[in-house]
Design a protein around this ligand. Sequence first.
Ligand code: A2P
Length: 339
Amino acid sequence: MRVAIVGATGAVGHELLKVLEGSTLQFDELLLFASPRSAGSTLPFRGQDLTVQVTPEGAIDAELILASAGGSISKEKAPAWVAGGAVVIDNSSAFRYDPEVPLVVPEVNGEAALSHKGIIANPNCTTAIAVVAVAPIHRAYGVRRMIVSTYQATSGAGAKGMDELLQETHKVLHGQEAGAEVFAHPIPFNVIPHIDAFQDNGYTKEEMKVAWETRKIIGDESLKISCTAVRIPTLRTHSEAITLELERPATPEEVRALLAGAAGVEVRDTPAEKLYPMPLTASGKYNVEVGRIRPSLVFDGGIDLFVAGDQLLKGAALNAVQIAEYLQQKGALKARTQV
Ligand code: A2P
């Protein structure tokens, strides 16, 4: 089996290479693609230097394609990749809202991946991190309403977002004024309540993605969700404050015990010892940290919590590879390649 990464030189591409190194996914060859700018450069993988190629116009000779080069590339090229026989796991938002395309977080709705017609969508990073913690609570207690405030790292805007944070911070520390190209305003020593484009309803697209995608992954269109998405000057890992109104009342102890046994979650909730989720501790981890679990003071029987998850991993690369592993475990990847 041949696996291809499109967008291999990007922030998520780098993480895909690292996650694949340690993955149980069985494959024979890894092909790397990016823009013409990167053609001929090499990236290390399992002791070899693999050469980055220009992404071709049409089909790619691989059974599995992990796409992470942005929505316009996916939209333009994925149909040809599927026509060529590949299964595409797409990290962009290009196909997430297509009813024919499963939107998958394996811990929550892995079986949805089996109904794919060539493309499986990887969710928005903020959503993927939230649902790992919220889905088990929804299953046990029924979430009625969910209010989310996010604290999102610059790598959510790709490698260029991280570069802008470092360069502009360096400028400020040397007495110069910080500028902004990737972000709407200078990011050093600032927080910016603006991620993606504003919509007619006053919310940003990032905020609406959390609502749309959480409902689709959890499979409950009646769930009411409101989100405020904020960019902060960190390099990686998104954090989120989440308030849940529940159908059946839950205590913090019950939720802590439930999440302690949930896949993909690390309960980090000992405030007396200053242990709670933070980008500093969650970065590089496969599990999403969940803590500050306490009773809601607004919704009787509801719960407030705080999560921090490495959005380049669970929010992107790791989730994509976990979908591929799930398909292979179920024989779905092989079945398709034998067609
Ligand atoms: P390149 O590094 O050659 O520009 P990020 O999300 O970190 O910004 O990364 C985006 C990824 O998408 C990079 O690997 C980038 O490659 C790739 N990319 C950008 N434009 C194209 C394109 N037109 N065709 C293929 N890959 C592209």
